[in-house]
Structures are given as structure tokens and as C-alpha cells.
Design a binder for this molecule. Structure first.
Ligand code: AMP
Length: 421
């Protein structure tokens, strides 16, 4: 009987995992170098955590279920809500700012396609309780450096400000959300309709033109003109942000006032990063400043964060030609004849203890078959444990890369392997 994987999930063979671990390790290294500490949260949460944050509409995008006790649960679709819960319950009294990161699988009931899966992996960083400007710059710098560290040289970072749009849209929060949603999707038909309902029809052209403003600092002046003096505070914030980013040597980004981001809780700076090497699903990460204090019942605190998709970064790194080094066994012990099997295990244990990645014949093949097998694994060293050499306290060591074979005293094998890595 053949069993299929559930739709939207993937298996990862050894080569895939190497690449994915390489990307994840690079992320860890970069964010720890920025002073972030790792946290962990559950894979499933009470459903209401996500509906409280994103509204009941989110349920159709979730894997939700009832457990045997009748509790309504959902597999996490992202991390921010869990991290805010953790902050509200346990971290609230920690010295600020709190800089934390996490990484793991997330689940969304999506239409699968290349780069869009039902189980995917996110790398998520948050800064809670730092001044907005400094935190926003630090988080953008971290996102960009993380992607570079993971091997992406070709990325497009776009920075916008959703607070500017909110302050410009003089209507209630719900109507604002519907209008922002249309702008996010560039759905101008529905936008016109929503603006009419909110009595803001005269703003249609301004908004339509605004979301196409993209480029250097000059677009901030153009936005100022379009908004006829509205949004000035946000525009000068973005100018200050640009100066703050230069402290990190970050200059390679554009302002894009069309970065809206779907979710309601974003309040200020928002950003997105694409990899032009990917197809339709080219966004590798995004984030911004947000406010979830109402949902969790704590006093307002500046929060800013991002999520980067590990799967898409791995795809993009591969497209950019990133090569990963195999970490299979580097040595293979081949006892010559049954009489030497026990001795073979002695050598194996010594090598493993010394830190050599070492394997041994488990199936009792002959030496030539074993050499073939070792080569197929990409092993460099074959350790041939024969009776004659053993009597002299030695083994035969064959370098499978060069074909050269030497006799070497037992106590020197590990050093030779480790020093020629
Ligand atoms: P979001 O939380 O929607 O802003 O997503 C953050 C990042 O996670 C995106 O930029 C993608 O790189 C990644 N991502 C989101 N949804 C998926 C998915 N269904 N499959 C793969 N990656 C995803």
C-alpha cells in the first residue's frame, strides 16, 4: 500500500535538510550576534488566541480542531500572537527592551503552489519595549543581515508606513481596515466602493497614486505633495529611519508607500523583502511596528518584529547557487575478515570519541564492496583493519580522494583525519 503525504506538506531528504539547516544556522548566528535570545512556544494554541488577534475570518486559514476534552485549538499559523501571549503572561516584568527570536513550523490552510505550503517554517524576531525609531532600524537591519548571512545576495527591501495611511483615512478603524485591505490587494474596484461608503470618495485618486510611490527619499516629498500636508509626521519618521539605518551601513532599500500588509495590528513602519529569483511567491519576509496591547490587556508598549520564511529563503539560496558541504561520514572502517570485526569496532569507537564522523560495515560485505559503498557516501578515509597491520599496532588508511594508501599507527589515525579536514 502506498501512502501519500498530506496536501501542502513536504519530505526533506538529506540534501534538502543540509540546505535548510545551513539557512537556519545562519539566521541563529546573525540574530544572536544582534543580542537576541531564543524562546519557544507551543505548536498548537487555543483557537481564540488567533481569532482575538486577527478576527474570526482567520479561522478559514487555520488548521483548527477540537481535542478529546472538547477544547478548540489551532496549529499556529505564525508566531507573533504566541510571543505576545508569552510576553503578557511571563516576560512583562523583564528589563526592556526585550529582544527575542524563535524558529519553527507553522500551518496555514492555503492553496499549495511553489513557495506556498500548508506546513512551512518561519524565523521570527521581535523587539518589545524599545523606542520606535531605534527598534525599527534594528529590526530592518537584522532582517537584511539575516538574509545576507543565509546566502542571499539579491534581495529587494521595501519600507513603508501604515500609520501614514491610517492617519490620512479619517474614518473608523473597521472601515480603515477594509480600505487598507483593498490597497494591499491593489483591488481598486472595491477600494472605490469602500471609500464611497466611508464618505471618502474624493481620496480615491490620491490613495491609488500613493501606493505606486516607490524609490529613494524623493518619493517621501512626492507623498507629502500628494497628501497635501497630511502624513507629515510619518514621512519625517521615514527620513529619520533612513538616517538611523545608515548607522548599520544599510542603504540598499527603497521606500514603497504601497507596502500595506494585510493585518490590522500594524501601526507604523512596515516593510517587506523579496527575492527576485523566486517566482510568484517571491516575498521572503516582512514585518513592522504593531500594537497588540488591547488584545492582551497590557499598557501600550512599542513592539516591532518580522517573520522570514525559511522555505523560500532555502529556495532562493539554491537559485543563487549556494553550495552546502556534505556532513556525512568522513571515515569508514572496513574489517578484513570476520576475525577482525571486533578490532574494527575498537577503531570505530576511538575515532568517534575523537570527534571523527565515522561509520563501519554493518552487513559483513567484502572489502571491495565496502570501498564502493564508502565512495558512494562521499567518505574520504577508508580504514582497513587487517591482521598483519594490527600485529604492528597499525591499520591501512586509504585516501579515497587520491587513491593513496599508507600504513598508520592506531594512535595517529584520528589526528591525521582531523588535521586534514
Ligand atoms: P506572513 O506572516 O504572512 O507575513 O509571512 C512571513 C513570511 O513567511 C513570508 O514572507 C513567507 O516567506 C513565509 N510564508 C508565509 N506563508 C507561507 C506559506 N504558506 N508557505 C511558505 N512560506 C510562507
Amino acid at each position: 500500500m502506498m501512502f501519500e503525504r498530506p496536501r501542502g506538506t513536504r519530505d526533506f531528504g538529506p540534501k534538502d535538510m543540509l540546505l535548510r539547516r545551513r539557512v537556519e544556522n545562519a539566521f541563529r548566528k546573525t540574530c544572536e550576534s544582534f543580542g537576541f535570545r531564543e524562546i519557544g512556544t507551543p505548536t498548537f494554541e487555543n483557537l481564540e488566541l488567533f481569532t482575538a488577534r486577527s478576527g474570526p475570518g482567520i479561522v478559514k486559514e487555520l488548521y483548527d480542531f477540537k481535542d478529546k476534552g472538547g477544547r478548540e485549538l489551532a496549529l499556529r499559523p505564525e508566531f507573533t500572537a504566541s510571543i505576545m501571549r508569552l510576553y503578557a503572561n511571563d516576560l512583562r516584568n523583564e528589563p526592556k527592551p526585550i529582544k527575542v527570536y524563535t524558529m519553527g513550523n507553522c500551518f496555514r490552510y492555503e492553496e499549495p503552489q511553489m513557495g506556498r505550503y500548508r506546513e512551512f517554517w518561519q524565523y521570527n524576531c521581535e523587539i518589545i519595549g524599545a523606542p520606535a525609531l531605534e527598534a525599527d532600524a534594528e529590526i530592518i537591519a537584522l532582517a537584511i543581515e539575516s538574509l545576507k548571512g543565509a546566502g542571499l545576495n539579491n534581495i529587494d527591501a521595501r519600507i513603508g508606513h501604515i500609520g501614514m495611511l491610517r492617519s490620512y483615512l479619517k474614518t473608523d478603524r473597521e472601515a480603515q481596515s477594509r480600505i487598507l485591505h483593498c490597497l494591499d490587494k491593489r483591488d481598486f474596484g472595491t477600494l472605490r466602493e469602500e471609500l464611497r461608503k466611508a464618505d471618502l470618495s474624493s481620496e480615491y485618486e490620491t490613495l491609488r497614486d500613493l501606493v505606486y510611490l516607490k524609490g529613494g527619499p524623493e518619493v517621501l516629498d512626492e507623498a507629502g505633495e500628494l497628501l497635501k500636508g497630511g502624513g507629515n509626521e510619518s514621512l519625517s519618521y521615514l527620513r529619520d529611519l533612513s538616517r538611523q539605518l545608515s548607522l548599520y551601513g544599510i542603504t540598499d532599500y527603497v521606500f514603497d508607500l504601497g507596502v500595506v500588509r494585510g493585518l490590522d495590528y500594524y501601526t507604523g513602519m512596515v516593510f517587506e523583502i523579496d527575492s527576485p529569483n523566486l517566482g510568484a511567491e517571491k516575498q521572503v519576509g516582512g514585518g513592522g511596528a504593531y500594537d497588540l496591547s488591547d488584545v492582551f490587556g497590557f499598557d501600550f508598549i512599542n513592539s516591532t518584529g518580522f517573520a522570514i520564511g525559511v522555505d523560500r529563503v532555502a529556495l532562493a539560496a539554491e537559485a543563487e547557487g549556494l553550495k552546502v558541504k556534505e556532513v556525512g561520514p568522513e571515515a569508514f572502517v572496513i574489517p578484513i575478515g570476520d576475525a577482525m570485526r571486533e578490532k574494527g569496532f575498537e577503531v570505530l569507537r576511538d575515532l568517534r570519541t575523537a570527534g571523527v564522523r565515522c561509520d563501519i560495515d554493518l552487513v559483513g560485505k567484502g572489502p571491495s564492496k565496502n570501498l564502493e559503498y564508502a565512495s558512494s557516501l562521499g567518505v574520504r578515509w577508508a580504514v582497513l583493519v587487517g591482521e598483519d597491520e594490527w600485529k604492528r599496532g597499525a591499520v591501512a588508511l586509504r585516501d579515497l580522494d587520491s587513491g593513496e594508501q599508507i600504513e598508520i599507527p592506531l594512535k595517529e589515525i584520528a589526528d591525521k583525519m582531523l588535521s586534514s579536514r
